[in-house]
Design a protein around this ligand. Structure first.
Ligand SMILES: [Zn+2]
Length: 309
């Protein structure tokens, strides 16, 4: 620790040994320990260009039959499987898994052998770990698929926009019960080509269902299966209106806010276009009146100033 110089000298003070902060390091830490919580044992790590390869296998000694839940230790064979994981320091992470096939000894089971699903992050037929899929879905729900693809590639997860869309389409809408107030609108499966209907729970403000079509029949059948719905906010589509009209119970229909404002805006623009000369004269007159008022006020202030002088 140095102090300000006195003359040409710089005086220093030694710190007491007990006040010197020092860091303690966990000497036995290894990056492969990160995968222990995933139920994986890392045998080797390799680094090639921008990719980290983790060679792993299940840390469990037994395999569980997915068909009958029977635990088996008798190994039939082994094979390799590759899945992508979350990146580390922006580098692509690939897990090369040694997967065991076990004999199922349960006589009631229809299968003789089964493949284990190593760890708790890897599932059947998936090319990515669960945490990687979660990150992709979270990003895909926040922004467009193209933007999500670009942002994810910056953090080392390289996926096309169509892959992200496929993941999103696999999601199921949230469960709902006793929904009384809904909003409906068109929803594009492919913009400009095919449309369906999206159903929104107005109270929770979240989508609850997607209908394959935007026709009267599909929405009517949905409404007939949801007798608790008593209020529908909709656009000016005649299909939705006639579907609601054909149902035997009373349902309150309201125009949604977007279309109300749009209709008012369109009408206002049309009205001004039809009477533009009157509108322009009215604006000019109001400006002239304002200017006259300001001039009169200014004049009265000047007169008062003159009197004070
Ligand atoms: Zn079995």
């Amino acid at each position: 620790m140095s102090e300000y110089p006195i003359g040409n000298k710089i005086t220093t003070k030694k710190l007491k040994s007990e006040s010197v902060p020092y860091l303690k390091y966990h000497e036995s830490f290894d990056i492969s320990n990160l995968y222990t919580s995933s139920g994986l044992y890392v045998e080797n790590v390799d680094h090639f260009e921008n990719t980290l390869h983790f060679y792993c296998k299940s840390s469990d000694t037994t395999g569980v039959c997915p068909y009958c839940r029977y635990k088996s230790r008798q190994v039939h064979s082994r094979y390799q499987r590759c899945v992508n994981d979350l990146s580390i320091l922006g580098k692509v992470v690939k897990l090369t898994l040694e997967v065991r096939k076990f004999f199922c000894k349960n006589s009631n089971c229809s299968k003789k052998t089964f493949a284990e699903q190593p760890g708790n992050e890897v599932f059947r037929y998936r090319r990515r770990t669960r945490r990687c899929e979660t990150a992709v879905i979270r990003q895909g729900l926040s922004v467009s698929s193209g933007m999500a693809s670009r942002l994810l590639s910056l953090s080392g997860i390289v996926l096309s926009r169509s892959t992200i869309l496929r993941d999103l389409h696999r999601l199921r809408p949230s469960t709902y019960e006793d929904v009384e107030e809904i909003g409906i609108d068109d929803w594009a499966w492919r913009k400009g080509i095919s449309y369906g209907t999206i159903v929104i729970d107005l109270r929770r403000k979240c989508p609850i269902d997607l209908l394959g079509k935007r026709e009267e029949s599909s929405f009517r059948s949905w409404m007939e299966n949801h007798n608790e719905v008593s209020l529908v906010s909709r656009d000016r589509s005649t299909a939705y209106s006639s579907a609601i009209g054909s149902i035997d119970r009373p349902i309150t229909e309201i125009a949604d806010k977007f279309h109300l404002i749009k209709k008012m805006s369109d009408r206002f623009t049309k009205l001004i276009g039809e009477h533009y000369s009157d509108y322009r004269n009215a604006i000019r007159e109001s400006q002239a009146v304002k200017e006259e008022i300001m001039y009169n006020e200014l004049e009265s202030w000047i007169k008062r100033f003159d009197l004070c002088q």
